[in-house]
Design a protein around this ligand. Structure first.
Ligand code: HEC
Ligand code: HEC
Length: 218
């Protein structure tokens, strides 16, 4: 049975506590509501890094250069509780209060636009034992939505994968397959991804397809 948590305040307290511990952001007493992207981004940079290239130590993925439509959709989903509410989604629960701190859709749009314009930083590979040749075969299932170069397709609501860190792709695929992501009734686009994750029979298959994605051009 999938356990979905209703959005509730009690859960945000430990997550904010974690933020304080991880990112020494205790001094940021909630971001000042402002329409200016750079200013809103100061909170994000605590975990995602000053160039939004991600920070492995706090499991924050690269978000620089993701399309604005995807960033906006995810921030709204986190805020509304469609992502980051499953009891086993520890990293999603760290992100959720951050999205909740964005007071309005206008703020979400402004910070999303800012992040989308930051230059992509291709992250170094971390997973070692993926077989890209086998992964290429597996990727045939993915390209209908993510595109032939994994550059993403807005019409399918499928994000680019070709500049994501391999560790984040791996963690995300495991979450989808385990039903930790993509099972919340509010997560309509995640629900289209979940059965796709189930076509990858084991973790080796996930590593293989990720190794292939790592060879694709941006
Ligand atoms: C407390 C650390 C922290 C802060 C601060 C933070 N994030 Fe995150 N963010 C994360 C983590 C951890 C994840 C990964 C969630 C997961 O594993 O599903 C994440 C995921 C995301 C994603 C989803 C990326 C994807 O590919 O689906 C977006 C978009 C995002 N953050 C944007 C932001 C923005 C914009 C801000 C500032 C308003 C922000 N984050 C602030 C930790 C943080
Ligand atoms: C039917 C369309 C579809 C297919 C086919 C598909 N995906 Fe997805 N995928 C999506 C959508 C939509 C999302 C965004 C989910 C969301 O909104 O959270 C997604 C998200 C993802 C993510 C998370 C990215 C992030 O930034 O958090 C990964 C990783 C991923 N897909 C990998 C794959 C792989 C590997 C395959 C092939 C085995 C695949 N997808 C096939 C639609 C698809």
């Amino acid at each position: 049975m999938t356990k979905i948590m209703a959005p509730m305040k009690a859960r945000t307290v430990p997550a904010l506590f974690v933020l304080c511990m991880l990112a020494s952001a205790c001094s940021v007493a909630g971001p000042a509501p402002t329409p200016e992207g750079h200013e809103l981004f100061q909170l994000c940079s605590q975990c995602h890094g000053p160039t939004a290239a991600g920070n492995r130590a706090v499991n924050a993925p690269e978000i620089a250069g993701l399309p604005q439509w995807y960033i906006e959709a995810q921030l709204k989903k986190f805020k509304q509780g469609g992502r980051g509410t499953h009891f086993d989604d520890l990293t999603g629960m760290q992100m959720r209060p951050m999205a909740m701190s964005l007071a309005t859709d206008a703020e979400i749009a402004v910070v999303s636009e800012y992040v989308s314009k930051l230059p992509v930083v291709k992250p170094a590979a971390e997973l070692k034992d993926g077989n890209a040749e086998h992964g290429k075969t597996l990727f045939a299932t993915c390209l209908a939505c993510h595109g032939p170069q994994a550059g993403g397709m807005e019409a399918m609501k499928a994000p680019p994968l070709n500049h994501a860190s391999d560790w984040y792709l791996f963690a995300s695929l495991k979450k989808f397959k385990a039903g930790i992501r993509g099972t919340n009734p509010l997560d309509v686009s995640g629900a289209t991804m979940r059965p796709m994750s189930q076509t990858l029979v084991d973790e080796q298959a996930m590593k293989d397809v990720i190794a292939h994605i790592g060879t694709l051009q941006q």
